[in-house]
Ligand binder design. Structure first.
Ligand SMILES: NC(=O)c1ccc[n+]([C@@H]2O[C@H](COP(=O)([O-])OP(=O)(O)OC[C@H]3O[C@@H](n4cnc5c(N)ncnc54)[C@H](O)[C@@H]3O)[C@@H](O)[C@H]2O)c1
Length: 374
């Protein structure tokens, strides 16, 4: 198969969909890999490394789209890319269709085959191509939180791990899923006194078993949250209710119960945030202060560490890309239902229920294209 990797053109996006290592794997399977010049630069991968790995470099985005049977990207296509995508071309990337109708309409009109990272789903409902970004954001939440606790950055001026004779900082993590667990690991490793809250008792039992001794678990409810916020220095929002807006676990009136310089990192900001006073910020201007409480609410945290994020993402996407390249999308999706669930739009038909519902469009089951393989 001919695979094309364009350079991401969305503002401040430095990730790339394929590393030189990934290009080598695809080449080894007999596929032709074309990379747009400098596509990997933002993540630290130079054109020469791709060439050494067996890929070829193309001078511009137009030639990549013109050449490839499968396009591998990171972010959803944006307006200038709509017209470059051709009928029958397979596009494997994050799309998040339900949040943007013009993109959905454009991909229906160009009759491409859109396989979305975010809806590839395992039988246990986990989302293997979203997990890596949650791992990055969870770990980063503590790195950022520790930094903003410093006095010159308007925090309380407390060192996360303390020192001998001085107690460490107290970290409260709301939500014990992928983000919360990764945050807890980092905070615990830095020596903080960590509490992780969740609604799911099974999950709390599991975390209690695997976490180090400086991590405690606590049932999530308003009473318990109110009790803890006045004594904690760093609070991380990491809840998710699939398909719904995040609940406001910390409301505006609770800020007055916190000490000045408390730092709130609301990772769930991309789902509306679980802290009422949270509004999306950017890496250029990541924080703001309300009632002496510092808020960090960057909606694309992994964007700040493109080297790590690119490797984490491509570790997860590459096995699926190899299946798509080796078998073609029809056979690959017939053989792998997890991958088939990533199909969102096929040749003008919306085949993902939630996308059809979002814009009141007819829903065509993907079985129309795959037969009754599943
Ligand atoms: N800002 C970013 O850059 C970024 C990056 C990655 C993920 N995220 C977001 O982080 C959030 C968490 O993602 P995840 O992968 O950890 O999800 P997850 O599904 O693995 O975990 C969510 C956890 O929240 C718990 N929960 C639900 N309601 C709760 C409540 N009322 N109190 C306490 N816990 C509750 C669930 O039981 C679950 O354990 C999502 O909104 C995700 O979109 C943001």
């Amino acid at each position: 198969m001919i695979i094309g990797v364009p350079k991401e053109i969305k503002n401040n996006e430095n990730r790339v969909a394929l590393t030189p290592g990934g290009a080598q794997e695809l080449s080894k399977h007999g596929h032709e890999v074309y990379i747009q010049t400098t596509a990997g630069e933002g993540s630290g991968f130079m054109d020469e490394e791709y060439v050494e790995a067996g890929a070829q470099i193309l001078p511009d985005i137009e030639s990549v789209y013109a050449k490839a049977e499968m396009i591998m990207k990171v972010k959803e296509p944006i307006e200038p890319e709509y017209k470059l995508i051709r009928e029958d071309q397979l596009v494997f990337t994050y799309f998040h269709f339900a949040s943007y109708e013009p993109l959905t309409r454009a991909m229906i009109d160009n009759k491409s085959v859109c396989l979305a990272y975010e809806t590839v789903e395992r039988p246990d409902k986990s989302l293997p191509l979203l997990v890596p970004m949650s791992e990055v954001a969870g770990r980063m939440s503590i790195q950022e939180g520790a930094k903003y606790l410093e006095k010159p950055l308007k925090g309380r001026g407390i060192l996360l791990g303390g020192v001998p004779g001085v107690r460490p900082a107290k970290v409260l993590i709301l939500g014990g899923g992928v983000v919360g667990t990764n945050a807890a690991k980092m905070a615990a490793g830095m020596g903080a006194d960590v509490t992780i809250m969740d609604l799911n008792l099974q999950r709390l039992r599991y975390l209690d078993d695997i976490m180090p001794a400086n991590v405690n678990t606590f049932m999530s409810n308003e009473y318990n949250i109110r009790e803890l916020i006045s004594t904690h220095d760093l609070i991380v929002g990491a809840v998710l209710i699939p398909g719904a807006k995040a609940p406001h676990l910390i409301t505006r009136d609770m800020l007055k119960d916190m000490r000045p310089g408390t730092v709130l990192v609301d990772v769930a900001v991309d789902q509306g945030g679980c802290i009422e006073t949270c509004k999306p910020t950017t890496h250029q201007d990541p924080t703001y202060i309300i009632d002496d409480v510092l808020h960090y609410c960057v909606a694309n945290m992994p964007g700040a560490v493109p080297y790590t994020s690119t490797l984490a993402l491509t570790n997860a996407t590459l096995p699926f890309a190899i299946q798509l390249a080796n078998k073609g999308w029809v056979k690959a999706c017939q053989d792998n239902r997890d991958l088939a669930l990533g199909l969102n739009i096929i040749k003008g038909d919306v085949v993902y229920d939630a996308v059809a519902e979002a814009f009141d469009l007819p829903h065509v089951p993907f079985e129309k294209y795959l037969g009754n393989a599943h």
